[in-house]
Design a protein around this ligand. Structure first.
Ligand SMILES: *Cc1c(COP(=O)(O)O)cnc(C)c1O
Length: 496
């Protein structure tokens, strides 16, 4: 198979191999690595239909990560998709309320990020060895909640790696905070940032592109990498479950051969929906990509107007993992619809940095016709959870509810009857305060930890192991800092 190379959306970095792109995470020019082409699915329908999740993961990852051997990828996949997942199919598809919920939350931290973060540490370790890197990999991550815990779980005690997670004090739930601050592992650090997610993310991005600081690290035997969804090693494993969902529909006779389906994704950083877009570019019969935002509806405005404008106040909503004003992974879509033109990208990003907004050309906007942008308010989100529960006895979390609500509004408005897969990004247990309140106002203000039990009683589902006795676990991480102190905190942790 011919090798697939990666280059930066901003044009200076690359072409480099997939393993190199995984090690680097973000390009030194600040851009994101993209493959030169999106490989097509080149297997017969019959062979695909026979594949279990791990087989499919191997096939798709080998199409993108061409400088890994089959044995190497197999090793990573075996390590990732084992009994950490409490469903043998890894990503079950559940038909409820006129849609197909793709439950991406059966991993160790009850959210979809586990699926990529279970595999990334192993990819990263092998990728470093391939590139003759004998330095300790320092994974730096800004998180709005779920990434942090999933990354910590993925990297904890993986030899040759350290992980430092920054999370904003505003915008993560008490359970998420507790989950992270109690993380074990001899290579894990968790730091609270005074500010919101965008502040934390901007801080991390600046550190990644700070040449002087990177040199100091290098001199001391360290190299930075990223576990954020900007890492191509995060993105590609997510393509797998969209293809798997399609095959599941085909296998169970829910769709005919070549029937087109829609996908609805509750979106924050644009990673998960970009994976769906990549699956479509690989040849999967996907029609509409329904991009669902919460009240931080920057993407809704962008898809509808072609203008991306981050100049607004961040709203703290009941779907905190989507409380984002700058969606990093959108840069990969912009690059694609610009005809892979880094000059255009540099202009757009400059405008975003300097003026706080940018506008794409009509030609670029035309290339986004498959995207539908919608959003749900918190009130609609709560109503959606309640309706689905009362009518179909199926409990979903707030993020998934944003996706389902926007899908319903889209279907009603457009009359489109294509079968639709909703990316169910978190378990209802993960956000028990909002979920219980949506079902009955009497739970408002109750302690989140006791609400975990309430969710179990309401739904008849067992409390997942990840949450059992969480409130009794010892807090191991207590550092708090401002964004301008992040470098110092890192230096302190690494002793440099
Ligand atoms: C991260 C996250 C999202 C947003 O996903 P992106 O890839 O950032 O768009 C949605 N829901 C949950 C539960 C998440 O953790």
């Amino acid at each position: 198979m011919s090798e697939l190379y990666y280059r930066s959306t901003r044009g200076i970095s690359g072409p480099i191999s997939s393993s190199r792109a995984i090690v680097k995470g973000i390009a030194s020019d600040g851009g994101l690595y993209v493959p030169d082409t999106i490989p097509r699915i080149d297997l017969s329908r019959d062979s695909l239909l026979k594949m279990e999740y791990k087989d499919l993961a191997l096939y798709i990852m080998s199409r993108f990560f061409t400088d890994f051997t089959e044995e190497e990828l197999k090793y990573c996949i075996e390590k990732a998709y084992d009994s950490k997942f409490d469903d043998s199919g890894i990503v079950p598809l559940v038909e409820k309320g006129g849609a197909f919920f793709l439950e991406l939350y059966h991993g160790p931290t009850l959210a979809f990020k586990d699926i990529a973060l279970a595999v990334l540490p192993h990819l990263l370790k092998i990728a470093a060895a391939k590139n003759d890197i004998d330095k300790e990999i320092v994974v730096l991550t800004a998180t709005s909640g779920d990434t942090g815990k999933a990354a910590l779980e993925g990297f904890a005690d993986v030899e040759g790696t350290r992980i430092i997670v920054f999370f904003p004090e505003d915008g993560v739930s008490r359970i998420q905070e507790r989950h992270m601050n109690t993380q074990g592992g001899n290579n894990t650090c968790v730091v609270t940032i005074k500010g919101n997610f965008d502040d934390a993310q901007r801080g991390v991005k600046e550190i990644f592109s700070d040449a002087a600081f990177n040199r100091i690290l290098d001199d001391n035997g360290y190299i930075f990498s990223s576990a954020n969804s900007i890492n191509i090693g995060r993105l590609i494993p997510q393509v797998v479950y969209y293809v798997n969902a399609y095959l599941t529909l085909a296998r169970t006779g829910k769709i005919e051969k070549d029937e087109i389906i829609n996908v609805a994704v509750p979106t924050g950083n644009f990673g998960n929906i970009l994976a769906a877009y990549y699956s479509k570019k690989m040849g999967l019969p996907v029609g509409r990509l329904i991009c669902a935002s919460n009240e931080n509806n920057v993407l809704y405005d962008f898809i509808n107007s072609g203008i991306y404008d981050r100049r607004r106040k961040l709203i703290v909503t009941s779907s905190p993992s989507m409380d984002i004003l700058v969606s990093s992974n959108l840069e990969r879509l912009l690059y694609d619809i610009s005809g892979s033109n880094p000059d255009i990208l540099n202009d757009l990003i400059n405008n975003l940095n300097i003026q706080g907004k940018f506008e794409i050309t009509a030609g670029m906007k035309d290339k986004m016709a498959d995207f539908y942008g919608g959003f749900a308010t918190d009130k609609e989100t709560f109503e959606t959870i309640k309706d689905l529960f009362l009518n179909f006895n199926y409990l979903i979390d707030t993020h998934t509810a944003v996706g389902y609500n926007v899908y319903r509004k889209y279907a009603e408005k457009s009359g489109d009857t294509a079968k639709t897969v909703i990316a169910s990004t978190a378990s209802p247990f993960k956000f028990p305060g909002s979920v219980a309140k949506a079902i009955d106002a009497k739970y408002t203000g109750m302690d989140e930890f006791s609400l975990i039990k309430v969710i179990s009683e309401i739904s008849g589902l067992k409390i997942p192991a990840a949450l059992k006795d969480l409130e009794k676990r010892e807090i191991l991480h207590k550092t708090v800092c401002r964004t301008d102190q992040m470098r110092d905190v890192i230096s302190g942790i690494l002793g440099i």
